[in-house]
Design a binder for this molecule. Structure first.
Ligand code: SAJ
Length: 432
């Protein structure tokens, strides 16, 4: 086995997963080249900076770039290990689009040589790793690919899903267990040798298909469980019961562990991946599909209630707290908070202040609505209505005496001590 310092690794895609992964591998001393289609991303990384927000990533990237173990480019070069970390979006009919994965494989094919290892980390429909193998076989008939003939293959191909939580990526990249699925057991063993260089968690080997389905299962599990919480919150509203209290109490049962309701489910994983399972087997996924629908419908429900609250108080300024898809990150992809705030801005823009500490400018969707970006202190001074959409720490820390006189719609349950203003219930009833 080559030493860390001799190992050459290419990471294709320098996004939320690819860049931290590239940096963590570069920290072991391996020579890492990150490939991205964006000149801006490449220049940013090569100057030791980062284009995304993630805890401690800036220091790590500037360190490994300065040490010369990480660099970025738009053009691929030969390496020993290739890691694919590109997006897998879906189309309007929820059909997964693996175009970026296949494009990455095509790029890699040009520099592939015997002995190389190719690992797909992108969340992918079951069977994608085999499609990558078939594509490589077609593009490089001179190389023996795994699982096609009885002979031992020239290259190894495996699927190893990323499982890291935004906000904890650098910790979880090292500490989480990894599921490594090879096209053949030998492929899995080859990929395992690579992950052992930087992963402290257990590395478990399996087939590529099982690993692909495992990843989709993890996110579908979370989606179904959040849907349960979101459904409960609507029932509790109807019953005029505090859902947060009910969940706290129910969770005292030793075998009950209910997640938190919110304004819906966002991000590019949990709101997307369950559809890959539904699309693959529509007849056998009524629960997974319904959970997706429940979580999407929660956004419309929150919009309706927030609009009723704002409409019931003409002239009162409104603060929307948060745009990110979850707490303490700058990621607005598929964000329910962004959708709710945008809907409110379309109707009440001239009265709307948006508080989002993780951006310097309002996203373009707010252009022309009259909504303004402000900070939490100004919002407390000027706004009579506060709609909590994200549980950022800075919002949680607002003491009750600074918000006691506000009309509050707390979709995240961050202010359990908020006095219940009579007007709140009255306003919300308008929605029903
Ligand atoms: N959410 C709730 N209530 C909860 C938990 C989450 O409403 O109790 C919402 C969040 O606010 C957010 C969305 O769900 O809008 C998703 O957030 P998340 O923290 O559950 O997950 P992600 O999307 O940041 O990361 C998930 C993780 N998967 C699981 O926990 C099973 C992560 O480990 C994966 O690596 C990631 O998806 C991914 O990339 O697939």
């Amino acid at each position: 086995m080559v030493s860390d310092a001799e190992l050459k690794v290419v990471v294709v895609g320098l996004g939320y997963i690819g860049l931290p992964t590239a940096a963590v591998i570069a920290r072991t001393g391996a020579k890492v080249l990150g490939i991205d289609v964006s000149e801006h991303v490449v220049e940013t990384v090569n100057s030791g900076k980062i284009h995304i927000e993630e805890v401690d990533l800036d220091g790590l990237v500037s360190g490994v770039v300065a040490r010369g173990t990480l660099r970025a480019a738009t053009q691929i070069e030969p390496a020993d290990v290739f890691v694919i970390a590109v997006p897998t979006p879906f189309a309007d009919d929820h059909a997964p689009n693996i175009g970026y994965v296949l494009r990455a494989a095509t790029t890699i094919a040009a520099v592939l040589k015997a002995g190389d290892v190719i690992i797909l980390e992108s969340t992918s429909p079951v069977g994608t790793t085999e499609k990558v193998r078939d594509l490589l076989a077609q593009l490089r008939p001179d190389l023996k690919v795994p699982g096609k003939t009885g002979e031992s293959a020239d290259i190894a191909i495996a699927y190893c899903p990323e499982r890291v939580l935004p906000g904890r990526i650098l910790v979880e990249l090292i500490d989480n267990d990894r599921v490594i699925g090879g096209i053949t057991p030998r492929c899995a063993r080859k990929a395992l040798q690579f992950y052992r260089r930087f992963v402290r968690g257990a590395c478990v080997t399996t087939t590529s298909r099982a690993a692909e389905m495992t990843k989709l299962t993890e996110n579908a599990f979370r989606d179904v469980n959040i849907a349960f919480a979101n459904e409960l919150s609507r029932v509790a509203d109807t019953m005029e019961v505090d859902v947060w209290e009910v969940i706290r109490l129910a969770n005292r049962h030793p075998r009950v562990n209910i997640l938190s309701p919110g304004p819906g489910v966002g991000g590019h994983c949990i709101a997307v991946d369950p559809w890959f399972l539904v699309h693959a087997d529509r007849d056998n996924t009524p629960l997974i599909r319904t959970a997706r629908e429940v979580n999407d419908a929660k956004i419309d429900y929150v919009v309706e209630r927030a609009e009723a609250m704002v409409a019931a108080h003409p002239g009162v300024r409104v603060a929307c707290l948060g745009l990110a898809f979850k707490a303490n990150i700058d990621d607005f992809r598929e964000s329910p908070a962004l959708k709710v705030a945008t809907a409110l801005a379309a109707r009440f823009g001239d009265r709307l202040d948006v508080v989002e500490p993780y951006t310097r400018t309002l996203p373009a969707v707010f252009n022309g609505t009259g909504a303004t970006l402000t900070d939490i202190d100004t919002a407390i001074e000027t706004c009579g209505i506060m709609i909590v959409l994200v549980d950022h720490d800075v919002f949680k820390s607002v003491p009750v005496d600074e918000r006691a006189d506000k009309i509050v719609y707390d979709t995240r349950g961050i202010w359990p001590d908020q006095p219940r203003a009579p007007v709140r219930t009255e306003a919300l009833r308008l929605a029903s």
